[in-house]
Design a binder for this molecule. Structure first.
Ligand SMILES: Cc1cc2nc3c(=O)[nH]c(=O)nc-3n(C[C@H](O)[C@H](O)[C@H](O)COP(=O)(O)O)c2cc1C
Length: 200
C-alpha cells in the first residue's frame, strides 16, 4: 500500500533534524557546493527613501509554476535585507556572461557605491532592473523563512522578461561563461530545453 509522504508543516523542523550530531564544517560544505554551477544574479529593492539597494546572489531557485514563485536565500547579516523586507518586493537580475565586474561590485563594493554609473529602471512591484541583464523578474514578497544564518525569501513573480544572451556562471569559486572557442553554448550541448519540458 502506498502512502503519501508527509510534508512537515510550514516552518516546522523536518523529522531528520537533530537526529545526527554530525555536521559538516563550513569550508567543506562550501567546497562541495562549489561543484554545483549556478547562474549569478543581482537581487535589488528600494529603501524606504527610494535609494536602490542590491546584492549579488546565486542562491536563486524557481519554486513553483502556479503560482510562479522564486526563492533567494539572503544572509541575516545582509545590509540589504532590511530594505527588501520593508519594501515587500524585490527584483532578480540574471547577469550576462560579460557582467563579472557587476557581480563583484554588488558583492564587494560599499552598499552606497554599488549603483554608481550603473543604468537601471526601477520597476513597480519589484526593484531596480539593471540594463544589460540577460533576464529579470520582479517579485512581491510571498513568504519568508528563517534557515540557519540565512533568510529564505520567497517571491511571487509579477513581471519579467528574458532578453536572452549567454549567462554568467559561478563555478568552483570563479566566474565562468558558457561560450568556449567562439562556439555558442547551445551548439555544443544540444540547444535549449524544449518549452514543453516539465523540468524547472
Ligand atoms: C557569486 C556570489 C554569490 C553570492 N550569493 C549570495 C547569496 O545567495 N545570498 C547572500 O546573502 N549573499 C550572497 N553573496 C554575498 C553577497 O553578495 C555579499 O555578502 C554582499 O556584500 C552582501 O551585500 P549586503 O550586505 O549589502 O546585502 C554572494 C556573493 C557572490 C560573489
Amino acid at each position: 500500500m502506498s502512502r503519501e509522504p508527509s510534508i512537515p508543516a510550514m516552518g516546522n523542523a523536518a523529522p531528520g533534524e537533530g537526529s545526527s550530531p554530525a555536521v559538516v564544517e563550513p569550508a567543506r560544505f562550501r567546497g562541495i557546493m562549489g561543484h554545483y554551477p549556478t547562474g549569478v544574479t543581482v537581487v535589488t529593492a528600494v529603501d524606504r527613501d527610494g535609494t536602490p539597494v542590491g546584492l549579488t546572489a546565486n542562491s536563486v531557485t524557481s519554486v513553483s509554476l502556479d503560482p510562479p514563485l522564486v526563492l533567494v536565500c539572503v544572509s541575516e547579516k545582509s545590509s540589504s535585507l532590511g530594505a527588501i523586507l520593508a519594501n515587500g518586493a524585490f527584483a532578480v537580475n540574471i547577469l550576462g556572461a560579460g557582467a563579472a565586474a557587476t557581480a563583484v561590485r554588488f558583492a564587494e563594493e560599499k552598499r552606497t557605491d554599488r549603483f554608481r554609473n550603473v543604468t537601471y529602471t526601477v520597476k513597480e512591484g519589484g526593484g531596480p532592473v539593471l540594463d544589460g541583464a540577460v533576464a529579470w523578474m520582479t517579485c512581491g514578497l510571498y513568504r519568508t523563512f528563517e534557515a540557519g544564518d540565512h533568510v529564505i525569501l520567497v517571491g511571487k513573480v509579477n513581471d519579467g522578461e528574458a532578453a536572452g544572451g549567454d549567462p554568467l556562471v559561478f563555478f568552483l569559486g570563479r566566474y565562468e561563461n558558457l561560450t568556449a572557442a567562439g562556439e555558442p553554448f547551445g551548439s555544443r550541448h544540444g540547444g535549449p530545453v524544449p518549452a514543453t519540458s516539465e523540468e524547472q
